[in-house]
Write a protein of this length. Structure first.
Length: 288
């Protein structure tokens, strides 16, 4: 089903920045028509955006927002709800749907759906896909532990566990095969991570953070996510550049800002909570 984009609001502001780079963004609000809240999770180089909305009737649907402003809802067969997390440049989309449990899915360019359940999983979530068709996400095993996974183009699965972590969740993958996500340490603290192509893990924690999620990575190895701090704002968005510097940004007037996806042009999508408590998606364009 398609709906026409309406009610976009755009505004620009230089946000609280750290590190040597000072990026200015133009923020555009994204609200699915008729929804009570909207979340934007992924963006490709063409500017197509995926996410999900919660409608007034209680329905939770994944969506594709195309560059012409039209929305397409994503409904895997038999699903009672769906969330779209990632999209590659070919237009392949990954996400999760609910049908007697949570299952990952791949929506191909022809509109067909493939269920993604790693062996031994009791629930699964597909978050990121690169242009080669490699998919990352996480799954729950027979107990209460979450493991990251990489699904290769031949359909094989590799489990990803940060050394010493109690939980590992993979969220994004670029065309080089670098993977980002989050893990929980033995003390219960969440950290972002980068898994490089040589198999090494790097912890991602912006200065002053109490927890971190690394959610997206582009082909320039720029990483976006959110972190918690001790300030009045609970969640703040961040961009980690290739030199290791951090740019911290908040949507103007937001209680919370969470960044989820970044394309090769440096455009960022995510969501924020406004002063009354409503959740909106956003698109942040650098240099606005």
């Amino acid at each position: 089903m398609k709906r026409l984009l309406c009610g976009l609001a755009a505004w620009g502001l230089l946000m609280g920045l750290t590190g040597p780079a000072k990026a200015q963004y133009m923020f555009t609000e994204i609200d699915f028509p008729g929804s009570t809240y909207t979340v934007a999770y992924g963006i490709n180089d063409a500017g197509q955006i995926v996410g999900y909305s919660f409608l007034e009737g209680g329905t939770e649907d994944g969506f594709l927002l195309d560059v012409d402003g039209t929305y397409t809802t994503l409904d895997p067969p038999g699903a009672t709800s769906s969330i779209a997390y990632g999209i590659n440049d070919a237009g392949q989309i990954v996400g999760t749907y609910n049908a007697h449990g949570q299952h990952g899915f791949l929506r191909d360019v022809d509109g067909s759906y493939t269920t993604l359940d790693p062996p031994g999983s009791t629930s699964s979530f597909a978050y990121g896909i690169n242009d080669a068709g490699q998919i990352v996400g996480y799954y729950r095993d027979g107990g209460v532990t979450y493991h990251g996974f990489l699904r290769d183009v031949d359909g094989s699965y590799t489990t990803l566990d940060v050394p010493g972590a109690t939980y590992t969740e993979a969220y994004g993958i670029n065309d080089a095969g670098q993977i980002v996500g989050r893990y929980t340490d033995i003390g219960g603290t969440r950290h972002g991570f980068l898994l490089d192509i040589d198999g090494s893990y790097t912890t991602i924690d912006p200065p002053g953070s109490t927890y971190t999620d690394a959610n997206g990575i582009n082909d320039a190895s720029q990483i976006v996510g959110e972190y918690g701090d001790f300030g009045t704002i609970t969640f703040r968005g961040f961009l980690r550049d290739v030199d290791g510097s951090y740019t911290i940004f908040d949507v103007p007037g937001a209680r919370d800002t969470k960044a989820y996806g970044i394309n090769d042009a440096g455009q960022i999508v995510g969501y924020y909570t406004d002063a009354p408590g409503t959740i909106h998606g956003f698109l942040a364009i650098p240099g606005g």
